[in-house]
Design a protein around this ligand. Structure first.
Ligand SMILES: [Zn+2]
Length: 86
């Protein structure tokens, strides 16, 4: 008889686990971190030397609707000189 009670208890526990909201109390700490997530740096390509650079360190140039990123002012000058705006 105790065996059946044990099975019933196990089933009830499983049911409780399934019906319990997904968010466990220990997740609240990580939720606070989510407010200010660590900014993953996006890699952008320098069209002048074809090097990939982190967006935060790139020189951003907006030409009309296109956005360009350069690794150095030299590359920016070179690219803008080689491909003048129409
Ligand atoms: Zn470059």
């Amino acid at each position: 008889m105790w065996f059946r009670i044990f099975i019933l208890g196990a089933l009830l526990y499983l049911l409780y686990r399934l019906l319990r909201p997904r968010r466990a109390p220990e997740d609240e700490g990580s939720e606070r971190d989510r407010i200010e997530p660590p900014r993953e740096d996006v890699m952008v390509q320098d069209p002048a030397c074809m090097t990939y650079i982190p967006k935060s360190q790139a020189l951003r140039v907006v030409r009309g609707s296109e956005e360009l990123y350069f690794c150095s002012p030299e590359c920016r000058e070179q690219y803008l000189r080689d491909r003048p705006d129409h």
